[in-house]
Design a protein around this ligand. Structure first.
Ligand code: F6P
Length: 533
């Protein structure tokens, strides 16, 4: 367990739980079970830190405080007290423009090197507005909320703020709320030692927040250190430059003192962009960028999973797949970056090439609904339904269908059992920041080991060398590799899985968090002293 002496303030688009209304209309926390929350929430709790984020619900009364956890709640953020949670309330239309519009319809495809899918509507993402102006607008909205004048807040959003400022406005709102919370924090411990908070900003939703926090802190004479981690790829210069306000985004990220990416390739892309677009001096040996009299440290910090938890679940879960057939498993959010259509067509190709497997093997694809308000995601859902219907119609018999398709959420225990009982995991994204499914599959191989087939276009492909790597664009390659996986001798499977497991066991999510904190200690000497017990 990490022991952090200075408080950590996590700033992320989502809080570590979402708020839902129960049947009596009361707000309740619904825990998120992701690796980030599992690793980071206990540290925030231990160091008396804060979590700033969107609560997942649009509230009529934004003054209503976040409820404490239910008494029986055993989730990782259950110990986070109400006063440690800073909900950022964003009016519905503004949130829609920022999250569905700018974040998920522009940055998401662009950063995944799919510019053709990116919607470039200046209205959604223009960030040129002067900081002062955006701040005044954001403050007006927040203070209107503060005075219970929700109507006025909404009127300001609708009238004074052009939709174009959605991204920067929401970033300012997050920054303003963060600084407001910092003001209330005790900056000294009981021994009178200084506790300078480490503000850790997450992901592409909040790439402008650091500079706003920095400026606001300077004005208010507050101290803090700023770190950032991007959970998705950072694209090459040639792609990144397609975004007309690319320099503002770069400057926004450089507002931090420490910037983390999953892998070295993303660091290199970022350094290229800083040098070529902003003309910054870049040290490629030590991964440093000089900007505005400061030096920003850039680091590859590959995220891992709560390995032990998955292993334990796999050991405990009852058998899920009562079938004599071999199962090839895919688990993904329903997202076009995951290469799902290519995957099921590859499976079709496999059945064409190897008819001896008809009736003996099935693809089980779990697709978790995601960003269902965005057009691209709705279209993908339709395309999947059509393709799966077509392939099943082509090959199914009375007792067997080639593709079993679950569109929905499944429990973590069920998931662990599926992982454990599948012969092969097909993890074939067209582009992916890291991909944790590959790692979870490995952690759950507690019985006879299966085979991991992995795309090199996922960050995980850089370290998981013992997986079978395939190009998801080449359907024949995937089909042939699937055949190789299904016929792989047990000793080769064991040998590959042994090494994969060993690496993921060590480079788990706690290792990622500790690595970030260790770099942050070196970056901010004297602050954030940690001990690892
Ligand atoms: O991988 C990037 C990411 O934004 C994660 O942080 C998040 O868990 C996931 O995608 C799902 O995205 P959303 O928050 O839009 O549902």
């Amino acid at each position: 367990m990490l022991n952090l002496k200075s408080p950590m303030v996590v700033v992320s688009n989502r809080l570590p739980f979402v708020l839902k209304r129960n049947e009596n209309g009361e707000l309740q926390r619904k825990q998120s079970a992701g690796g980030l929350v599992t690793a980071v929430a206990p540290v925030v709790i231990q160091c008396g830190g804060l979590w700033v984020g969107w609560p997942g619900i649009h509230m009529d009364d934004p003054h209503q405080s976040v409820p404490e956890s239910d008494p029986g709640d055993m989730g990782p953020s259950a110990g986070l007290k109400s006063e440690q949670v800073v909900p950022v309330h964003v009016e519905e239309q503004l949130f829609d423009d920022y999250y569905n519009g700018c974040c998920n319809a522009t940055f998401w495809p662009l950063f995944h090197s799919m510019p053709d899918r990116a919607v470039f509507v200046a209205d959604m993402w223009e960030v040129r507005m002067e900081f002062g102006l955006v701040r005044s607008a954001a403050c007006l909205i927040l203070s209107a909320f503060d005075c219970s004048m929700l109507g006025l807040g909404l009127a300001i959003v609708n009238m004074s703020l052009p939709r174009g400022q959605s991204y920067s406005t929401v970033n300012v709102m997050f920054a303003y709320q963060t600084v407001d919370a910092l003001k209330k924090m005790k900056m000294k411990n009981q021994e009178g030692e200084e506790r300078i908070p480490l503000v850790w900003i997450h992901d592409y939703h909040l790439m402008l927040a650091a500079n706003y926090i920095r400026q606001e802190c300077e004005e208010q004479n507050l101290q803090c250190k700023l770190g950032f981690f991007l959970h998705i790829p950072f694209p090459p210069w040639d792609i990144f430059r397609l975004f007309p306000w690319d320099n503002e985004v770069l400057q926004g990220i450089l507002g931090n003192d420490l910037v983390g990416f999953h892998i070295e390739d993303y660091c290199r892309n970022f350094l290229d962009c800083c040098q070529r677009r902003l003309g910054c001096r870049v040290d490629r040996v030590h991964n440093l960028v000089d900007v505005a009299g400061r030096t920003v440290k850039v680091r590859a910090l590959p995220i891992g999973i709560p390995y032990k938890r998955f292993e334990e679940m796999a050991n405990a879960a009852p058998r899920a797949l009562q079938s004599s057939q071999q199962i090839v498993l895919g688990v993904d959010r329903l997202d076009y970056t995951k290469g799902l259509v290519n995957r099921i067509r590859s499976f079709e190709r496999f059945l064409e090439k190897h008819p001896e497997y008809l009736g003996k093997v099935a693809l089980l694809q779990v697709a978790v609904p995601s960003r269902t308000d965005v057009k691209e995601y709705q279209q993908l859902k339709e395309q999947m339904d059509l393709e799966i219907g077509r392939i099943n119609g082509r090959f199914s018999t009375l007792n067997w269908s080639p593709i079993r398709y679950i569109y929905g959420c499944i429990s973590q225990d069920e998931l662990a059992a599926y992982y454990r009982d599948s012969s092969v995991a097909l993890v074939t994204p067209l582009r992916d920041g890291m991909n944790l499914v590959a790692k979870e599959y490995v952690a759950c191989q507690v019985d006879k080991p299966g085979v991991l087939i992995l795309s090199p276009f996922a960050g995980a492909g850089e370290t998981m060398h013992e997986a079978l790597l395939v190009n998801p664009y080449e359907l024949d390659d995937v089909a042939d590799t699937l055949h190789r996986a299904l016929t792989m001798p047990i000793d080769e499977r064991e040998m590959r899985m042994y090494h994969l497991k060993k690496r993921e066991q060590t480079m788990n999510v706690d290792f990622w968090l500790t690595s970030f904190l260790k770099v942050s200690i070196k970056t901010f000497p004297g602050h954030n002293v940690i001990g690892v017990h």
